[in-house]
Design a binder for this molecule. Structure first.
Ligand code: SAH
Length: 223
């Protein structure tokens, strides 16, 4: 902890303000999502040099050229996912682990996949310190999902995909839903996919901007 870091009380006040001003006032209604985001210490997921911006209304750069999503986007995607306590959830793009923590509060188990080992290790440390234990971490290309573990009740992708990855749709349980950003490398639209037997219903909604999903069903790596 640096000398000028706010007290836990101050962090908590900033977090409740964030929930009121950025989430409730913009129409996030799901009480479980609001409760989770009112209690999970988002600042703990952010590198010390950017920590003071933890509750600002925007995405922030983190390690390895990646980002932690804007709080509103995390809330919006989680609300769209309609997670229930008994659900098994697949998350692609662990990143800092913040979205993972929100999901873990709402469901039975989260399987979270990240392609960058350094980010995965940091997320595991943070989530371990917070005693959030209903998570299994996998390292690799999550654009193809986890076929040996699925099907999943819910799937969320937190990196921008050029299209809806077929292996992920196939790993959705019947009646399951997936929420992901789909579009070009610089701008995407959040799409909700609901599986009903052999057909899927896709509903696009909000414009957004995520880092690229890199892999077999995503973009090719640029380096
Ligand atoms: N949900 C994160 C934000 C993630 S940023 C959070 O709350 O912090 C997107 C993440 O997706 C990055 O960490 C990136 O490395 C990861 N990613 C990109 N392509 C991936 C792939 N094919 N499989 C797994 N992770 C991937």
């Amino acid at each position: 902890m640096t000398r000028n870091e706010p007290s836990e009380e101050r962090w908590s006040q900033l977090r409740l303000d964030m929930v009121d001003r950025q989430l409730r006032s913009r129409g996030i209604r799901d009480k479980r999502v609001l409760d989770a985001m009112s209690t999970i210490p988002r600042h703990r997921f952010i590198p010390p040099e950017r920590r003071c911006d933890a509750y600002e209304d925007r995405a922030l750069p983190v390690r390895c050229g990646q980002t932690i999503s804007q709080p509103y986007i995390v809330a919006y995607m989680t609300e769209q996912l309609e997670v229930s306590e008994s659900d098994s959830v697949l998350e692609i793009g662990t990143g800092t682990g913040y979205q993972t923590a929100v999901l873990a509060r709402l469901c039975r188990h989260v399987h979270s996949v990240e392609r960058i080992a350094e980010l995965q290790a940091q997320a595991q440390t943070t989530l371990g310190e917070l005693n959030i234990t209903n998570i299994t971490f996998s390292l690799g290309d999550g654009s193809v999902g986890l076929p040996k573990i699925g099907p999943f009740d819910r799937i969320v992708v937190t990196a921008g995909a050029p299209g809806i990855p077929k292996p992920l749709t196939e790993q959705l349980a019947d009646g399951g839903r997936m929420v992901l950003p789909v579009g070009g490398p610089h701008e995407q639209t959040i799409v909700r996919v609901v599986r009903q037997g052999s057909r899927t219903v896709e509903t696009p909604s909000l414009a957004c901007r995520f880092v690229k999903l890199i892999g077999t069903e995503g973009w090719s790596a640029t380096r």
